[in-house]
Design a protein around this ligand. Structure first.
Ligand code: MN
Length: 631
């Protein structure tokens, strides 16, 4: 690899780039790294050139390729970022800075440290996604030259690659890099298995290629007959994914059905479906073997139709059908974005990378974050269906609430129940491959804090938290101590001859506005207000005094509600207040035990009738056991 090779490749690509700038960056980097050598004993600049070359292959833009040439300058030489900025501009300098920050995160044996590192990495990435693409190119070349490092370093770097960089490449849809990173790390982490599978593939290769060649020929002829202009490729799965299949499903190498795949690349989407029809006429499709990622793209933007068929020789084969554009996207993922769109923002693109921002902005404690990250990044996905048969790809262990939020945040917010395969299930039910899920929604229903205990996807978690933050804008305050109640009750109650230090409503009969009442004043001058017909009253000692309600009062009242805890309880209670046209000044809620929730509201009713209606309505809310005035 030298500068000439890089320039030849640049000319071949259609990337808009100034060759003078590339040469300048090359000379600058060569000078800065002068005298430095790689473990392979090659001059350091070879590494920079290789990284830039990988970025050219991915079709990245000028700034990224220049930053690729300069990517190790801040870390390994005396050049400062202000010097870089002066020579190559602010954006290129900040790309190099971003890569340097990531490189400084050291992989450790502690899972928490790695998760925190990953979060920092995603943070750098969310500012400019090109940073992670440069880092992946850097890692790919380091993996290709890993043999020169001491064994200890090999294992550590291979592990980090397998656990962090390969899943990241997958999530960003850069399958070419993902597959090579997986195979290279597997080679160092499990050399015996690696060799075994490689040998297995090689010994059957000749035969397989012959068969594939025949099949390709057969399909090509058929496509010509139908006037479809498409190109065909065949491929063998990468070694690590074969290993995973053998290992996870206890298969023999020979039994892996989609070990080989025939790929048809068409000009239009319409042709993709035509090709699917032709393939199914030619070879028999396996039941349930069709996956339409064109209609339902994978979360990493991947689009293609996959169909598993049995050929006339009785051979299992996977046929993948996609357009040229989908093909480029499948190979380079988000990197392809720059190829076509440059840096202009693209809503669809942004949406698909939302998960990075969600993880970065998440307030989760490390434990929860770890769980979410593992599922988002490393976890497998399952396929489930809407009642109309739409396929949804969702992380393993997702619940109906995750599914609802995946469909739409409104559906998530209003979700009250779910049916899976026709049966009602709890909202924390763990979805399985092939489940048909019907979400039951209710107008005005609101998300519950409890959902946070079981949702698995960051989208659901984020949306629920967002809602909770909104509703908790009502200041949550502790209610004052008992003995300042006097002034307030004074405004709604008239008690004859009262010199009490405190007033309270009796628990035994819990008087409500409009009930006939009487006051009982104790020796210690505490006044308790009972209903006149309270049966307990007779047993109580103290002095009785006349009491009555004041119709037009102006004071804040505190109401206490006890109810069976359930989804949407607080929202239903709040609705009563807003329907009565009054504002809640303070609110708080907590669980007394698993089942019973206690909510306190401070509000300013218009008058006694208004208060009375509010209390009656609260009592009618489903699950409410007791409503009392506490202040
Ligand atoms: Mn490097």
């Amino acid at each position: 690899m030298n500068i000439k090779t890089l320039i030849t490749e640049l000319k071949k690509s259609k990337i808009k780039i100034s060759l003078a700038l590339i040469k300048k960056a090359y000379l600058f980097a060569e000078f800065a790294h002068q005298g430095q050598k790689r473990a392979s004993n090659e001059p350091y600049i070879k590494h920079s050139l290789n990284v830039a070359f990988i970025l050219v292959k991915l079709g990245m833009d000028e700034e990224t390729i220049v930053a690729g040439l300069l990517h190790d300058i801040l870390e390994d030489t005396k050049i400062t970022s202000s010097q870089l900025e002066k020579e190559f501009g602010k954006k290129t300098a900040s790309l190099v800075e971003g890569v340097t920050k990531i490189s400084n995160l050291k992989y450790s044996n502690k899972e928490e440290t790695n998760i925190e590192n990953l979060r920092k990495m995603l943070l750098a990435t969310s500012k400019d996604f090109r940073v992670i693409i440069i880092k992946l190119a850097d890692r790919l070349h380091n993996m290709r030259t890993l043999e020169y490092l001491p064994k200890e370093d090999q294992i550590r770097i291979a592990k980090e690659t397998q656990e962090i960089y390969a899943p990241l490449a997958y999530r960003l849809g850069i399958s070419s890099i993902k597959a090579e990173l997986e195979d290279l790390s597997f080679k160092y982490l499990n050399p015996k298995e690696y060799e075994k599978i490689l040998r297995g593939i090689l010994t059957t290769r000749k035969h397989r290629e012959m068969v594939l060649f025949e099949l390709k020929d057969e399909l090509e002829k058929e496509l010509k007959k139908h006037n479809i202009d498409a190109r065909l490729q065949y491929r063998v799965k990468n070694i690590y994914s074969i290993y995973k299949k053998i290992h996870e499903r206890n298969y023999e190498l020979e039994n892996i059905r989609d070990l080989i795949a025939l790929r048809v690349i068409t000009k239009t989407i319409r042709e993709c479906y035509e090709v699917l029809g032709i393939v199914h006429q030619l070879w028999k499709p396996i039941e349930g073997g069709v996956r339409d990622y064109i209609a339902v793209p994978k979360s990493n933007m991947y689009q293609s139709i996959h169909s598993n068929v049995i050929t006339n020789h009785g051979l299992f084969l996977e046929v993948q059908i996609r357009t040229e554009e989908m093909h480029k996207l499948a190979e380079s993922g988000i990197a392809a974005h720059w190829k076509y769109k440059g840096l202009e923002s693209d809503e669809k693109f942004e949406k698909r990378l939302e998960w990075v921002k969600e993880i970065v902005n998440s307030e989760d404690k490390s434990e929860q974050l770890l769980e979410t990250l593992k599922i988002e990044l490393f976890g497998d996905e399952i396929f489930v269906f809407t009642p109309k048969g739409k396929v949804i790809e969702i992380p393993i262990k997702s619940t109906p609430v995750d599914f609802a939020y995946h469909l739409h945040s409104d559906i998530g917010d209003r979700c009250v129940g779910a049916k899976v395969n026709g049966n009602f299930v709890p909202l924390n039910y763990e979805l399985k491959n092939g489940d048909v899920i019907e979400i039951i929604t209710q107008k005005n229903h609101k998300p519950s804090r409890d959902w946070l205990k079981f949702v698995k996807t960051s989208k659901a978690r984020q949306k629920i938290k967002h809602y909770i933050r909104l509703t908790e804008k009502i200041p949550v305050q502790r209610f004052n101590n008992k003995y300042d109640r006097l002034s307030k009750f004074k405004s709604i109650l008239e008690i004859k001859d009262m010199k009490s230090v405190a007033i309270k409503f009796a628990h035994c009969c819990n008087p409500m506005p409009k009930d006939k009442i009487i006051a009982l004043i104790s020796n210690s001058n505490i006044t308790t207000v009972h209903k006149t017909d309270c049966s307990i009253l007779k047993t109580k000692k103290g002095r009785k005094a006349q009491a009555s309600w004041i119709q037009d009062f102006e004071a804040s009242i505190s109401i206490n509600v006890r109810a069976e805890d359930r989804l949407g309880l607080l929202a239903d209670l709040m609705k009563i207040f807003s329907n009565s046209g009054i504002n809640v000044e303070k609110a708080n809620a907590h669980l007394l035990n698993n089942k019973v929730a206690e909510c306190n509201f401070e509000l300013k009713p218009k008058n006694l009738d208004n208060l009375s209606r509010i209390i009656d309505n609260l009592k009618n809310v489903f699950g409410v056991k007791k409503v009392s005035i506490i202040k």
